[in-house]
Design a protein around this ligand. Sequence first.
Ligand code: ARG
Length: 448
Amino acid sequence: NTNQQWGGRFSEPVDAFVARFTASIQFDQRLYRHDIAGSVAHAKMLNKCNLLTDKELADIIAGLEAIRQEIEQGQFEWSIELEDIHMNIEARLTEKIGIAGKKLHTGRSRNDQVATDIRLWLRDEIDTISGELTRLEQGLSVLAEQESQTIMPGFTHLQTAQPVTFGHHLRAWREMLLRDAERLQDCRKRVNVCPLGAAALAGTTYPIDREYTAELLGFDRPAANSLDAVSDRDFAIEFCSVSALIMTHLSRMSEELVLWTSAQFDFVELPDRFCTGSSIMPQKKNPDVPELVRGKTGRVNGHLMALLTLMKGQPLAYNKDNQEDKEPLFDAVDTVRDSLRAFADMVPHIRSRKENMRSAAMKGFATATDLADYLVKKGMPFRDAHEVVGKAVAYGVNSGKDLSQMTLEELQQFSATITDDVFEVLTLEGSVGARQHVGGAGEYLKIG
Ligand code: ARG
């Protein structure tokens, strides 16, 4: 027997392998709630436009609700022959309620249906992801507040550059996430447009009310062009691009956490419950969560490329290619949501090893720029001051002394203008505290 939804013009059933090859039910099942919500709204619109009776509408709504429960209780029998979530649900509806079930698809196509389902589903996921982003961002805020007085080395080229505070560093992470949150909200605007009514590609001959359907589903408006409505997947690409950036930020944080938890840095400690051990080396406590997040970033970057490539050669309007949008998008959502969740759970429990951070900052001549600035304030041109301090650093490297550990006489070898007020600028607090302008490392340092 041929397919009950489209078998009319076929003379033999689909090849069994082809049925499996072309089916999406294995992965689009997860759209079931949104598929049902879309169908309920579509049916209400058909009823409002006198295309379904009140009784038919009531049967459809009750039938779909019963199907939702069957699915949630694991009692629904999925069929590969019915290809996808849309036909599986519709076939079951007709089985349950008869003729009214067959009328549901009036003025609709799976093309506008699937585009609607993905948008509804992604909108929910964006809201969940936004929540996790906010939770992480707030966790960073609290930790940054606690670590505002913790001096650590700031790096460029991973070489000690100038002292900063751990709080300042955490606030830098937070800025990245605040931009991500903005991008996510911007992306959501373009997700929240309703394709229903576009039908297969050209719209429909029934007197439908697209504004009404869009409003019922909480969309901002109906999509403006039917061809675009069924073929546009920009919103999925945009989401993956936002996600790739979120993962890039988490990956950069991860890299720092991996470095900082090493015995060589020993700047921070992660709670045991976010780490795992080694089956051979008893001493090991590995930073698995950051490492995995760093690793998972590659998947999301890959999904972005997959979707861009999926769309690049497609003529208007819907093509079956588009069924390939789901797995990358679903996995991008799962990956970014879970990675944010792991970070949001972990960040509040990061503990700093303040003495190690401080002694690391003492080691790399982190206050050399401060000494140069000091000489400039005494009237020396900056380039000359740079040269003078360079020589003092070379002396420090040879004698194993930090600038702050040299005597006044030692420092005066390099410039006679140096007096004993120099030691205030050579301390770590002095250096950070001198940068209290907006956005500077000392903005939140309490001095005095
Ligand atoms: N499973 C399909 C997809 O995911 C639904 C739309 C199919 N439409 C069609 N004309 N074959 O894109």
